[in-house]
Write a protein that binds this ligand. Structure first.
Ligand code: GTP
Ligand code: SPV
Ligand code: MN
Length: 586
């Protein structure tokens, strides 16, 4: 419990509003969490899985209409529409409070209010931040207890400070028409109603650690980014750190937990996972950029995760994990999803809880089904994971899902050009958000759904960070694992073999290899990407690295169109676009 006056006053106000039967403070103890698990099993909110095969694991199904983030119903309620900017939905804060308090009124009647004190980043670290989430969902409590650091230790660190983020979540009736995910950056407040799905309701994650934190970062001179953080250990024991931003369901978790190809493993290469989704980065005393993963677990995409693609993730989910919207194998009370193996269970329920026949051709798991697993389960979790100072970043990598256009990898000419490269990212949409899948959309820095303020100002903030970092700035790259051939097959094997591209990236950072200058930046000499032992021919590699002038001329026109949206586009970005167009005409 806490004696913090600002917290207690707010909880009183929210009690008055939501009218719960009881209030339970989450203390972080295993005993309390276990009691909640039992309660959730009793009510059917969770299914206890085979405890011999999957100790501590549970299955949860969301409502059928509530399976992904709802970007159309996510709002940045800054004081003015201009502050929210052209890429965010905006609602006037007064109106938003009135609307959402109206929906939340009496929403906890007959229910329990759970009070979750949580820390983003190690508890008590200088760079960590505290939030309090109120929820009427045990599923949310149990997920937050995996994804963040929860419990009494957080109250102790908070003391009587008013520097914390308020989060109110009400399940209500999971009514799509009344679903709102609202952020009030000027008030450090988040309100989420009528959803029970991850990114909409685990308020520490996208709502706080990206939308609110990006706003705080801009004001305080640091960055909150949709990035994985990995450490690449070389045979001599040296570890270099890379941060990479890919849009949702575009390969962050997979890259973060990469297992190098056998040949590299034998040489002594190893990848350490610091984070798989979010990076908070600030300039350290040494002038370099340091990154912390504010989370404590992984909320990962289940489909496609298997012993070959991501054995580390699979291993991570073998205990103390909550699975959401996957297949329930009734034969042995375990779980399954598309791409796990070639033996779908025949006696099984699909993600909706209906009897499912794998021969029907229908998917059993939802494409955005997820696992929530503790970071400490991960076999390759970095020894620096709990280090609140973070790790120094050598390279920043942007990437998306592009069938054509973007080459396997290229390097920006400098930081400013790198900001441009990030700003013109485009990627095919995925099942992580509701709406059409496979449509190419612009997604600067993979932050389109997560930037908590005007994105023109966000670009300016990136430019400013570069000014401050000077020659200590990480080098900026772009990758694309998803290029397709004319038959629609991936041209690059991806997954563990992405290590071959990371090697080139670090070689470039260390000035070890030359590159080919193209209109869009530096591309590798084909000989510098190791394809030894791969099914990739030299011709394919050349094609993967090809920068087609016609395609990029069309791309430049498209960027110009996209940029028109921005009311506060820094001049530097316009200059960069002009340079690209010039380069393409040479
Ligand atoms: P969020 O959690 O939504 O932010 O997603 P993420 O960026 O962490 O994506 P994740 O690593 O979970 O990958 C999403 C999907 O892309 C999975 O189905 C993967 O199997 C697939 N994928 C990941 N890496 C590669 C790759 O290198 N090549 C190919 N072809 N597919 C990949
Ligand atoms: C994403 O969609 O980018 C995720 C999952 O990482 S969610 O928590 O739903 O945002
Ligand atoms: Mn994500």
């Amino acid at each position: 419990m806490t004696t913090n006056a600002s917290v207690l006053a707010w909880i009183d106000q929210m009690k008055e509003l939501t009218n719960p039967d009881t209030v339970v403070y989450i203390d972080g103890s295993e005993a309390q969490l276990e009691q909640l698990r039992q309660q959730a099993v009793k009510t059917g909110e969770m299914i206890k899985l085979n405890q011999e095969k999957l100790p501590g694991c549970y299955l949860h199904r969301t409502a059928v209409n509530d399976v992904a983030r709802v970007e159309g119903r996510t709002f940045i309620c800054a004081r003015t529409k201009e502050e929210a900017g052209p890429t965010n939905n905006w609602m006037d804060p007064k109106e938003a409070y009135a609307l959402l308090y109206g929906i939340a009124k009496g929403a906890y009647a007959g229910r329990t209010m759970y009070v979750i004190p949580y820390s983003m980043g190690p508890v008590g670290s200088e760079f960590s931040k505290i939030g309090v989430e109120l929820t009427d969902s045990i599923y949310v409590v149990l997920n937050m207890a995996i994804m963040t650091r929860v419990g009494d230790a957080v109250w102790e660190v908070l003391g009587d400070s008013t520097d914390w983020v308020k989060g109110l979540h009400c399940k209500c009736d999971i009514d799509e028409e009344k679903r709102y995910i609202c952020h009030f950056p000027e008030d450090n407040t988040i309100i989420s109603v009528n959803s029970g799905y991850g990114g909409n309701v685990l308020l520490g994650k996208k709502c706080f650690a990206l939308r609110i934190a990006s706003f705080l970062g801009r004001n305080e001179g640091w960055m909150a980014e949709h990035m994985l953080i990995l450490g690449l250990e070389k045979p001599n024991g040296e570890i270099k750190y890379i941060a990479a931003a890919f849009p949702s369901a575009c390969g962050k978790t997979n890259l973060a937990m990469l297992i190098p190809p056998e040949k590299y493993r034998k040489l002594g290469y190893k990848v350490w996972c610091v984070g798989d989704d979010i990076a908070w980065m600030r300039i350290g005393e040494d002038g370099r950029l340091w990154a912390v993963n504010p989370e404590n677990g992984f909320f990962g995409v289940a489909p496609g995760t298997n012993e070959k693609s991501n054995p580390n993730a699979l291993h991570t989910t073998q205990k103390d994990t909550i699975f959401t919207n996957v297949v329930h194998n009734l034969d042995d009370n375990t779980v399954w999803w598309e791409g796990l193996d070639k033996n779908p269970p025949t006696n099984a329920l699909n993600w909706k809880g209906e009897k499912w026949d794998p021969a029907s051709g229908e998917k059993g798991a939802h494409p955005n089904s997820r696992f929530t697993a503790p970071a400490k389960n991960c076999p390759c979790i970095s020894p620096e994971f709990e280090n609140g100072k973070g790790v120094p970043i050598s390279a920043i990598v942007f990437g998306g899902r592009r069938a054509k256009a973007a080459p396997l990898v290229y390097q920006s000419r400098d930081w400013k050009h790198g900001v441009f490269v990030g700003s013109v990212m485009a990627s095919e949409t995925t099942a992580a958000a509701t709406g059409a899948v496979g449509v190419v959309r612009h997604d600067p820095m993979a932050m389109i759904p997560f930037c908590g303020y005007n994105m023109g100002d966000y670009f300016a903030h990136w430019l400013e960070m570069g000014e401050k970092l000077g020659d200590k700035a990480p080098k900026i790259f772009n990758v694309n694992w998803f290029r397709l051939d004319d038959e629609g097959n991936f041209m690059w094997p991806g997954f563990g073999d992405n290590m071959r591209v990371l090697n080139w990236i670090l070689d470039r950072c260390e000035g070890k290899v030359d590159a080919v200058e193209t209109p869009i930046g530096y591309v590798p000499h084909p000989a510098d990407i190791d394809i030894d032992g791969l099914d990739v021919t030299e011709d394919t590699l050349k094609e993967l690295l090809d920068v087609d002038k016609d395609v990029w001329t069309a791309e430049a026109a498209d960027i110009e169109e996209f940029y028109k949206k921005f009311d506060r586009l820094p001049d530097e970005m316009k200059k960069q676009l002009a340079t690209l167009k010039e380069n393409l005409q040479k």
